[in-house]
Design a protein around this ligand. Structure first.
Ligand code: SAH
Length: 373
């Protein structure tokens, strides 16, 4: 339970912590010390923060807290992907984060909202409606839990990459997301390089324009359709910010910045957006933007109205885009046996018996893999 009388220090980035310490008669550098304890060393007990005076530790103990949301379930997929079900508010509200371990990197997929307002027709998060924005503390807690969880288990490296591709639309929770991203990249916290933190958006145009000056993290844009008519059907937000505006905002994100590139996401929906006619239109649309294209095979869920394109169709699409000079990769579905793949995050608490059963199965199949790094 969050203690409402005390400030949760997880909610403050470096600037926020400095302001807090200075306002309480302390030196600004205390912020760096505290961040190192909490985020780098994973220490959350003030009494262990030995480079701070006793008086300061007592003060922090009395007036602040470092509080995490509860982890209510963890599942491990046969392919090593892990999913945390994290409780926010009452039992009916949960969010999910997913860790995708690979040889040289551990990518964490983080949620930014409980549910989502955007109602994309192919996404299962949309089906649960919207509850609220996550706080900065709840966003950074997802990274803390995964990162220190891995280190405690003996992994040599914790989380190396973060993608804001879990539940919710990060750019509709702008301030909290930016403060959390700040901490992810802060040398005194997780020190992730800006290239290794990706914000994914369905196309909130004014927020993309704001992002241009605000941060330098990687931007992924969920395109999914090459024309307005189809995109209106798949992503209703397109009615508000049509493709012309979205592409203009994408240009403003990369133009004048040599190292910036947009990652366009394109979910492959059978007989909906996957023909070579669509591919041709797509080349016209994005061909002059520094970008790469990720094709995401549609991940099914109960009562979904779409099917995934055939493997052959996806290959043809990818080859066509490649032949027109657009670097195109097909994403491998990870963790789909535990409903952890893109668009499968529902965050709900229901169905727990099935989750349990799958978790046990996953553990059996994974065997000793948890210490493989
Ligand atoms: N709101 C952000 C983050 C959402 S999830 C955004 O729209 O980018 C990350 C990606 O998964 C998005 O590209 C989203 O469109 C995609 N996605 C959603 N449901 C999916 C599904 N069932 N199968 C495959 N990808 C899906």
């Amino acid at each position: 339970m969050v203690n409402i009388d005390k400030i949760n220090l997880l909610s403050l980035n470096r600037a926020g912590l400095q302001a807090f310490f200075v306002a309480n008669g302390e030196k600004a550098f205390r912020a760096r010390q505290l961040m190192q304890w909490v985020h780098q060393r994973g220490v959350t007990d003030f009494s262990e923060m030995t480079d701070m005076s006793r008086t300061l530790r007592d003060f922090l103990q009395q007036h602040t807290c470092i509080e995490f949301p509860n982890v209510i379930d963890t599942q491990i997929s046969a392919d090593g992907t892990r999913k945390w079900l994290i409780q926010v508010d009452g039992v009916e509200n949960a969010i999910e984060s997913v860790l995708i371990p690979e040889k040289s990197r551990n990518t964490l997929c983080i949620s930014s909202q409980v549910g989502c307002t955007l109602n994309c027709s192919f996404c299962s998060t949309a089906k649960q409606g919207f509850n609220r924005n996550l706080t900065t503390a709840e966003i950074i807690a997802q990274l803390h839990l995964a990162h220190h969880g891995l280190l405690e288990e003996g992994y040599k490296q914790g989380v190396t990459n973060v993608v804001m591709m879990g539940m919710g639309e990060p750019l509709l929770n702008f301030d909290a997301v930016i403060a959390a991203v700040d901490m992810m990249c802060d040398d005194y916290a997780y020190a992730l390089s800006k290239r290794r933190v990706t914000i994914s958006t369905a196309g909130v145009v004014p927020a993309i324009e704001k992002l241009v000056n605000e941060t330098d993290v990687a931007l992924a844009v969920s395109l999914h359709a090459p024309d307005n008519q189809l995109r209106n059907q798949l992503l209703p937000i397109n009615r508000k910010y049509p493709l012309e505006q979205l592409l203009k905002a994408c240009h403003s994100y990369v133009d004048g910045y040599k190292s910036r590139k947009i990652t366009f996401e394109y979910v492959m929906l059978k007989d909906i957006n996957d023909s070579l006619i669509h591919a041709r239109q797509l080349v016209k649309l994005i061909g002059n933007i520094p970008c790469k294209l990720n094709l995401i095979p549609f991940n099914p869920y109960p009562n979904a109205i779409y099917k995934c394109s055939d493997a052959e169709t996806i290959d043809q699409f990818r080859e066509y885009m490649g032949s027109r000079g657009i670097v195109t990769v097909t994403r491998r579905a990870r963790g789909d046996d535990i409903d952890a793949a893109c668009g499968q995050l529902a965050g709900q608490f229901r169905d727990r018996s099935r989750r349990r059963q799958k978790y046990q199965l996953g553990l059996m199949e994974v065997g000793g893999l948890t210490h493989a790094h």
